[in-house]
Design a protein around this ligand. Sequence first.
Ligand code: PLP
Length: 222
Amino acid sequence: MTGEEIRDRQKRYIFPAVGNLYREPLPLSAGKGKYLYDQDGREYLDFFGGILTVSLGHVHPRVTEAAAGQIHRLWHVSTLYQNENMVAYAEELARVTPGDLQKSFFTNSGTEANEAAALFAQLHTGCREIVALRHGYSGRSFLAMGMTGQSVWRLGGTQAAGIKHALNPYCYRCAMGLTYPSCDLKCATDVEDLILTTTSGRVAAFFAEPIQGVGGLSPCPN
Ligand SMILES: Cc1ncc(COP(=O)(O)O)c(C=O)c1O
């Protein structure tokens, strides 16, 4: 298929809920290291990395070999059975994570991870409300869209109750027009006020990314 044929089929057969970059979207067919190749064979230097997720580069031979090995050995047996690779991976994560963090919970996506974290915090604390960050992005489920702090990623409106948004500690564009350090970290101290004035005072969790990686990323209009 040519790039034009892919663009045409995308319009006809893919639900228009996903926004592609560029007025003329770019179908990609292969990747190697830091390079990507489009359907018509053109090479691109990739500065995007699958929205920061392809940190090892494209089609890394060791990862490809391990993934192919698993596909050839065993596909799916549900989580009702145990297997060596899952516990080996969890053990390695326990080794490299700080402090006494020892247990992993594997999910398919960031959205699911946030859903699970919120549920665990609610079950553990017996509280319901959540504090998230303005300009943050948490995913596209109802709960994750509610935690997300950007209108463009909340199509359908916010439907999950009990989520409040704290100010983003972003010195480059301070929401209060202040400058560090004379600001006295107003964005941080405002969290207490937010909890005391907009929640019941008993919150289950505070969701914040330590690094504001993609805060502000907006979808491209098609
Ligand atoms: C910080 C953050 N949280 C959650 C998500 C949602 O992850 P997923 O698209 O895998 O559901 C993303 C995705 O970009 C993200 O950047």
